[in-house]
Write a protein that binds this ligand. Structure first.
Ligand code: KIV
Length: 302
């Protein structure tokens, strides 16, 4: 796959489905890149699935830059989207542009994502004026957990659904290159997808979106068994596999099976012989000379 860019994502509207997934560090970026991810989101879900917080609002811009930079060092072909954390784009237009710029300059993000519709238009437009592509995010926006009164499916009533549609139009008209629709009824996602001219990427939004995104740790079964939303499909149970592997390692230590021959360094026979002589005759005046000889041997082996 050639390098994905924001304009290429936008041009895929109505075409082949877009594949998007989260990654938070160098090895997970390599994994999703090898699998062919077209969009890699360094999501603020890092707060939950990597850092053990119970909400995304705990994560700061510095933490997001730290994780985005690790993903960028993997040089993936997928477009790297850095998630703007809570309060990094809420206080002023100037701070928003500065913070988005830090995600790009220090973190290596190639686009940023931020949550909200009309309310955030000034900020979104200013970031795009600074030549940074923006991905929108509507519906169940986790940074609004307290305002929403919990993680609840959004747009279930006609009025709320209509408002979300209007937000989607506003974002598309402003020039975002894609919009994540999270936790909304499939019929609403379908209407939004049909009406706006930028790709929609669904997570808990049904099958009609132009693409789909999931949190990597959820689909790999890498969590600690916490609650998983209804929309997650698990493709592996890596946490269980990892526990079994570590248990086997401990069992091998206890039984003496680890380390084996292949995992052990050996000394040249001549050096071993000198060592044995030195150990057998600790008062030997040659001990100092022999000791030097052994140290030289060891240095060579490393
Ligand atoms: O942070 C994240 O992982 C996200 C996705 C759920 C879209 O925003």
């Amino acid at each position: 796959m050639s390098k994905m860019t924001a304009p290429k994502v936008k041009a895929r509207k109505g075409g082949d489905k877009l594949t998007m997934i989260t990654a938070y560090d160098y090895p997970t970026a390599q994994i999703v890149d090898r699998a062919g991810a077209e969009i890699i989101l360094v999501g603020d879900s890092v707060a939950n699935v990597v850092l053990g917080y119970d909400a995304t609002i705990q994560v700061t811009l510095d933490v997001m830059i730290h994780h985005t930079a690790a993903v960028a060092r993997a040089k993936p072909n997928g477009l790297i989207v850095g998630d703007m954390p809570w309060l990094s784009y809420h206080t002023s237009v100037k701070d928003t542009v500065h913070n988005a710029g830090r995600l790009v300059r220090e973190g290596g993000a190639e686009a940023v994502k931020l949550e909200g519709g009309h309310k955030r238009l000034d900020m979104i437009e200013a970031v795009m004026h600074a030549e940074i592509p923006v991905m929108g995010h509507l519906g169940l926006t986790p940074q609004s957990v307290h305002a929403m009164g919990g993680y609840k499916v959004q747009g279930k009533q006609a009025a709320a659904a209509y408002e979300l549609l209007s937000d989607a139009h506003a974002l598309a008209d402003a020039g975002v290159f894609a919009i994540v629709l999270e936790g909304v009824p499939d019929v609403l996602a379908e209407i939004v997808t049909n009406e706006i001219d930028v790709p929609t990427i669904g997570i808990g939004a049904g099958v009609h979106c132009d693409g789909q995104v999931l949190v990597l740790h959820d689909l790999l079964g890498l969590g600690g068994g916490e609650y998983l939303p209804k929309f997650v499909r698990q493709y592996a149970q890596l946490a269980d596999d990892a526990v079994s592997a570590v248990e086997q390692y401990f069992a091998d230590i206890r039984s003496g099976d680890f380390p084996g021959e292949d995992e052990t360094y050996h000394m040249p026979a001549a050096s071993a012989e000198i060592l044995q002589e030195l150990v057998a005759a600790p008062g030997n005046p040659d001990r100092k000379r022999g000791g030097d000889h052994l140290m030289a041997d060891e240095a060579m082996e490393r």
